[in-house]
Design a protein around this ligand. Sequence first.
Ligand code: 8YV
Length: 322
Amino acid sequence: MRKPYVFITRKISREALKGLNESFVVNMWEYEEQPVPRDILLEEAAKADALLTMLSDKVDLELLDAARNLKVIANLAVGYDNIDVAAAIERGVTVCNTPDILTDTTADLAFALLMATARRIVEAAEIVKAGKWTGWSPLLLAGHDIHHKTIGIVGMGKIGETVAKRATGFDMEILYHNRSRNTEAEERLGARYTSFEELITTADFIVCLTPLTDETAGMFNKEAFQKMKQSAIFINVSRGAVVDEDALFEALVKGEIAGAGLDVFKQEPIGSDHPLLTLPNVVALPHIGSASAETRQGMIMLCIENIARVLYGGQPKTIVNP
Ligand code: 8YV
């Protein structure tokens, strides 16, 4: 009998693959930082019973139509905007993601980015390392306070809730906007539901954690930035395409908002000539929300477990399309 074929689109440790190697034929794109080229991905998908994919792999109609044997896609992320889930469902393909396991790690990063941007930590550290710390002055690198300020969380899912939990430790007032009310966050953390308009006009820190969908694409646009306080700091840890980056650049240059902490960009990796990178009040990170060694290892193991479960005819641990 033919052994099911599993293709992994990025290099992961051979150790992690032990659970798959015994029962399946496993092939892997052997590069850590280079995404698998499209033609190879299509070729592999045509043979595969299972794919372990990254956000950079577009799983669209073309791929799904080529993937005649495909039974399961395990995406190494909680988000799955790289996958045409409806088309996968139509073709009977199970789509799995990695929720929960990365919640705390991503919330930690969101808060770290908020603090780094507000307190100008990156700028300050660079000055010291470059030997440019020439003396003390009362307003040297004076940033913005975080404690007792208002945080506005757009997208109050599990990561949003966990960011709110972090915010309670800083005595912050917590506002949130979400498709539906999160009564758990209201009761347990004192978070207050507001309209998007109220949130962006009143929050000192606007933290974007909403998934990328047709409704959320470009929701942080020129009008949104113009409505924010001039002292507002915008943090994005979800997807770059939720933001109109030209409008954000303009708002920062004109002083319509005070700063931005960005872990995600419309085009990743962001080119070194991107205008946002020229601004001192922007802290830019290379999409490291879930990037702790422990969490990434856990995400990989969860993907592998999901693939094995589906190929053995069982239910995956975590699923996008029930
Ligand atoms: C990814 C993310 O895990 O989970 C998500 O949706 O954006 C990140 O945590 C990372 O980009 C690897 O695909």
